[in-house]
Design a protein around this ligand. Structure first.
Ligand code: PXG
Length: 283
């Protein structure tokens, strides 16, 4: 495996960053997780746009152009011979001192890792996931906006650990108002009374690119779409529920906090959207 670090390629064992990098010291950096299908990165432009927005928000200057980044991503895939895979793109603040001063970090580092990834076993796509609500509340946008895909994922990791302890591969996270926000690394949707519901960005979520694609596909199918505040009760009483994310793609949820959703099987709208999603990624 060859890993791209700021213009050069390194073997996995030699792909290293400094312990003085503020990405390592403070989680001071940003990232994107993307998929490639048949050698093409899915929605690469959208991911790069979000990366640049994250950078802008944290006053981080990405040291190369978006075009150069696009080329580097494609080249990393090619060098590793990966056609259907997962790409992790990271930009750290770079080497600084043992202090918080970001101005001392002169050289942000760009890292690109291309690998294969199977986030959830295949059977979960067929049978659906069982999830619980984490007691860890999603970080409040007034503190750190979840739209910034920052290298500090402790909030999500703590929630995911709760899931693991309960034997669940993913967990629901609420916002500080007690509304449904999203899962630790996925957005959430329900289908109820002929309407597709998902929390709006106001709920303090990462506005996922897969979420956006699914909203486009739902419009293509002529579904009624509602981006609105949601409670756990809405999920308990939904007919269908599913999650979206670059790594997960679209995965059904059949149980939340011990409540069976719908008939306990992946629903027909979920299946239709998954089929349509797969048809878009396999062209
Ligand atoms: N919400 C959060 C909090 C995320 O981190 C999504 C939603 C879905 O967004 P996209 O743009 O991918 O549709 C994410 C995505 C992983 C992994 O390995 C996934 C994400 C981040 C880190 C790791 O599953 N996030």
């Amino acid at each position: 495996m060859k890993i791209y670090i700021s213009g050069d390629y390194f073997d996995k064992e030699n792909a290293k960053v400094s312990v003085f990098d503020h990405g390592f010291l403070y989680g001071d950096g940003i990232f994107e997780g993307m998929r490639s299908y048949n050698g093409k990165v899915f929605r690469l432009r959208d991911h790069l746009d979000r990366l640049w927005e994250s950078a802008k928000s944290i006053l981080l200057t990405i040291p190369i152009s978006a075009e150069a980044m696009e080329n580097a991503v494609n080249e990393t895939l090619q060098i590793n011979g990966i056609t259907n895979g997962y790409i992790r793109l990271i930009v750290t603040r770079g080497v600084g001192t043992l202090g918080l001063d970001a101005h001392l970090c002169q050289h942000p580092q760009v890292i690109i890792i291309a690998d294969h990834l199977a986030l959830y076993p295949k059977e979960f796509y067929e049978k659906g996931l069982e999830i619980i609500t984490a007691s860890t509340v999603r970080i409040n946008p007034a503190m750190l906006n979840p739209q910034i895909k920052s290298m500090n994922y402790l909030n999500n990791i703590l929630a995911k650990i709760e899931g693991h302890q309960a034997g669940c591969a993913e967990v629901l996270m609420l916002n500080s108002k007690g509304e449904v926000a999203e899962c630790s690394g996925d957005n959430i949707f329900i289908f109820k009374q002929n309407q597709l519901h998902t929390p709006s960005p106001d709920a303090g979520i990462l506005e996922g690119i897969t979420r956006r694609v699914v909203l486009e596909l739902a419009a293509e199918l002529g579904l009624n779409i509602k981006e609105c505040p949601m409670t756990r009760h809405d999920i308990y009483t939904a007919e269908e529920c599913f999650l979206t994310g670059s790594a997960a793609e679209l995965i059904p949820v059949v149980k939340l906090d011990g409540r069976i959703i719908g008939n306990g099987k992946p629903g027909s709208i979920t299946k239709k959207l998954l089929e349509l999603f797969r048809s878009k990624t396999t062209v």
